[in-house]
Design a protein around this ligand. Structure first.
Ligand code: IPE
Ligand code: IPE
Ligand code: MG
Length: 245
């Protein structure tokens, strides 16, 4: 392979998306931010289908961050309601299509009705393996790592874990994302170019793609474009390209 030839590697097994731009999309139409979030759910429905068609097997979507509590209470409430409605309305259809659903993030301050809905969705789809949809809700990468450290420290204090044998794989089994492969491709919509505390551990070697499209406008073509960009990247993991001198 010459230096300028595209690497043309296989598509991403695990794509993670920071779904950003709902507020700006609504503002441009003179509507409240919650209107943009509602339209954003329609994009989620479409992209879950498209991702499978385009060869993605693991799709992880950032829908509410631990920092999003800083928004006005009515917007936070609207985002909670949208997650509830989405899971309740789509669970059965997704389950029948072989989708395994996981919700990652803090649970202790979500409220008992949302927690029950989440647990039901995870239980109902636990044996599915055709496609893995993970929704990061009340999620922060630092918060997840902190909770993981607490769990590991507790095990060590109880004498159930020897600190000297702790390795990356064992740490990974304590993360919310246990069972998911590392992120291959991380996409952020809306033109912002930052991670905003998403999947800090899991995306250590993810390829990053920033697209200048607001989430409600994000289409199958945009996802295909991000996957094309990913396929042209050369992932070296600190090494050198195969065939390099
Ligand atoms: C949706 O986009 C992402 C969420 C945090 C729910 P935003 O609500 O951040 O939209 P912008 O960035 O203000 O346009
Ligand atoms: C990141 O978007 C969180 C989600 C997409 C759920 P934000 O809009 O909250 O991030 P910042 O504030 O622009 O970094
Ligand atoms: Mg935003």
């Amino acid at each position: 392979m010459t230096d300028d030839a595209p690497a043309d590697q296989p598509g991403p097994g695990h794509a993670a998306i920071i779904m950003d731009g709902n507020g700006r999309w609504a503002k441009a139409r003179g509507r409240p931010r919650s209107f943009g979030h509602k339209r954003g759910v329609e994009t989620v429905r479409q992209i879950v289908e498209d991702a499978g068609d385009l060869g993605v097997r693991y799709l992880t979507l950032f829908s509410f961050s631990t920092e999003n509590w800083n928004r006005p209470a009515d917007e936070v409430g609207a985002l909670f309601e949208l997650l509830k409605h989405y899971v309740e309305a789509d669970l059965e259809g997704l389950a029948r299509r072989g989708v395994r659903i996981r919700i990652v993030g803090r649970r202790d301050n979500l409220g008992s009705d949302l927690t029950a809905i989440i647990e039901r969705a995870e239980d109902r789809t636990r044996d599915n393996d055709a496609f893995h949809l993970t929704i990061a809700f009340n999620y922060g990468g630092r918060d997840e790592i902190l909770r993981t450290c607490q769990a590991i420290a507790r095990e060590a204090a109880d004498g159930r874990l020897d600190p000297d044998t702790l390795d990356e794989a064992t740490l990974g089994t304590h993360l919310d994302t246990v069972g998911l492969p590392d992120v291959d491709l991380m996409i952020r919509t809306s033109g912002e170019q930052r991670i905003s505390n998403f999947l800090l551990w899991q995306a250590a070697y993810a390829e990053l793609v920033f697209l200048d499209v607001l989430w409600p406008d994000f289409s199958r073509q945009d996802l295909a474009r991000a996957i094309d960009l990913y396929r042209q990247r050369s992932r070296r993991y600190g090494g050198v390209d195969a065939g390099a001198a």
